[in-house]
Ligand binder design. Sequence first.
Ligand SMILES: *Cc1c(COP(=O)(O)O)cnc(C)c1O
Length: 456
Amino acid sequence: MAKEIPYKIYLEENEMPDSWYNVRADMKNKPAPLINPGTHQPMTAAELGGVFCDDLVAQELDDTTAYIPIPDEIRSFYRMYRPSPLVRAYCLEEKLQTPAKIYYKFEGNNTSGSHKLNSAIAQAYYAKKQGLKGVTTETGAGQWGTALSMACAYLGLDCKVFMVKVSYEQKPFRREVMRTYGASVTPSPSSDTAIGRRILAEHPGTTGSLGCAISEAVEVATTNEGYRYVLGSVLNQVLLHQSVIGLETKAALDKYGIKPDIIIGCAGGGSNLGGLISPFMGEKLRGEADYQIIAIEPASCPSFTRGRFAYDFADTGMICPLAKMYTLGSNFIPSPNHAGGLRYHGMSPILSQLYHDGLMEARSVEQTSVFEAAEQFARVEGILPAPESAHAIRAAIDEAIKCKETGEEKTIVFGLTGTGYFDMVAYEKFHNGEMSDYIPTDEELEASFAKLPKVD
Ligand SMILES: *Cc1c(COP(=O)(O)O)cnc(C)c1O
């Protein structure tokens, strides 16, 4: 008999995972290697070491070690805000009158307001261990920059953040949170870097993009002694760190003998989804269990559902290694009316390979329906979700409604990646009826695909 399920399933601190799980170890088709944009040869550890910290390079390239121990210092930091709760959405189930059982793993319980802190502390730790002075990065919506500033403040590292200009202007409070933690925040494109100056000359008045901010951050890291670049999503190492989400989720479900049927996550660069599904995907890859796994992305930035599986640049300045991934092209910039985050042009190479191999599905949703779901969720479950997270809520609600129609009692687990307190401008647009949906045309996407680098 199943024990009565509480609203919140907490783990004890001593039940927290002591290793991260590397899903690549169980993948038959490994994700394609990063390649050098000049030679098209796989990037070596030495080449990557000019940009990233040494231990992180090792993690990036490790396709075979299944469990990688979490250093004690990182575990003590995790204890400040983890384990995070797995919540049974009883109130939402009641409201929807669905026989489905809905759970969400809530990662918004820290000041940065998202799951990004799980990887920020790991990356800052390895930078510190290497004796570096500091790290550089980009931030779009601002959650990653905030998480990294918190981690750097904790470890006494300098932190330079390039923030996409449009969010720098729209989200002044995000910026101030970062400065509170001691980070310097520069709107991107800026005149501080050669690439920023080039982009400003080519596109005067541009409001910036993630790809452009990445180029600037990489330039600063590679031209300043004692600095390395860190990235909050997409990379294999980030998915590895985020596996703490999935490992905790699985441990909590196992405590009550619960087996999910459907696992849902929003997908920007793929880190929260990759982390959430990793241990479940591992079981699936080893033939031990089966799950329906669904990535949800915005219809205005549909990398999985309409992108190409091809080598592409990670950044607009085309200085980063090429990654094989589902991509809309590194020049793709979502329409200015897109408010819901998840605006990166590419997708994690690990998830791209898993999707390509038919091991997971993807769907796209339009932003007005995302905000409807966000509001419905906030009213019954209390938490004000980040718009990114609300993509997953939309799909979880849709699946629960399907269960109502068919009478199936499916168990749905989704990732609630963060809170939306800094996204009230977007909520305001929604409430005022000023939010519209924009879906890129095939012609727009084709124009972007035409600029993909030629790699055979
Ligand atoms: C960054 C972010 C995402 C998307 O990034 P992934 O790498 O795809 O997880 C989703 N939700 C929140 C709250 C975020 O901050």
